[in-house]
Design a protein around this ligand. Structure first.
Ligand code: SF4
Length: 237
């Protein structure tokens, strides 16, 4: 009997078809890319890409957490992990002082591997990201020797305009809400997007949309510095 309520197969097919277009187009821009069907395969793929002894920095990314890379790295005990925004089980920053988090964030620029997600990836192979602090987007484009970007197929958009819209309509409001709800940041509760669910292109003192970077490709000497793992599942925000 056919289950008309289950569209997981159709979604999986669409995710894979779109992801494969993105992979082809990223490669044309000197960005290494591969498609994996599930987060479990993403985990084993990413672990293989991180050599023993490599110092690993991480950006704030729900996708990285959902794939579970950091706990596995800690378990295998072969890599130093640098996370300026590490939190305890109750969502409080382990490093309480902002100045100290800054210092740790600057260490990321000399790491061997930077693990991060992306706000959007376009069908023609561009990575589009907006930061409040700038630590994530800057390390994506310069510093760490290798960048591994993990992205669910839900992050695929038609073009840069759709990517920017995705960030303002979905990613930024949900991200601000996430920090407000989970990370004890009352100042972000006052952002218009957090109060109403809609972006008004605010000028709030704690606006989280300050630095937008579009990665259009790399030069040949940096070929394959950026490695995108596209996952045939919904991941992240
Ligand atoms: S309201 Fe402000 S912080 Fe919120 S998404 Fe818009 S620009 Fe970003």
């Amino acid at each position: 009997m056919i289950d008309e309520t289950d569209i997981s197969q159709e979604r999986k097919w669409l995710y894979e078809a779109r992801a494969k277009i993105v992979v082809t187009n990223l490669k044309k821009k000197n960005i290494s890319a591969q498609y994996v069907p599930s987060r479990q395969e993403a985990l084993s793929t990413i672990l293989e890409m991180i050599p023993p002894g490599a110092v690993v920095g991480r950006g704030d990314s729900v996708s990285v957490d959902q794939v579970g890379v950091i706990p596995e790295l800690i378990k295998r005990n072969q890599n130093k992990v640098i996370d300026p925004l590490e939190k305890d089980a109750d969502g409080f920053y382990i490093v309480a002082e902002r100045e100290d988090r800054w210092k740790i964030a600057r260490e990321i620029f000399s790491t061997d591997v930077f693990l991060v997600g992306t706000n959007a990836v376009t069908l023609d192979g561009k990575l589009v990201n907006t930061d409040g602090w700038g630590n994530r987007v800057s390390a994506m484009i310069f510093g760490p020797e290798k960048v591994i970007v993990v992205a669910g197929a839900n992050k695929i958009v038609k073009d840069v305009n759709e990517a920017l819209e995705r960030i303002r309509v979905t990613a930024a409001p949900m991200n601000a809400k996430r920090h407000y709800l989970k990370h004890h940041r009352p100042e972000w509760g006052d952002l218009p997007c957090v109060r109403t669910g809609s972006c008004v292109d605010c000028r709030h003192d704690y606006r989280i949309c300050n630095y937008t970077v579009i990665i259009e490709g790399t030069m040949i000497p940096e070929k394959d510095r950026i490695n995108v793992v596209l996952v045939g599942e919904e991941l992240g925000i």
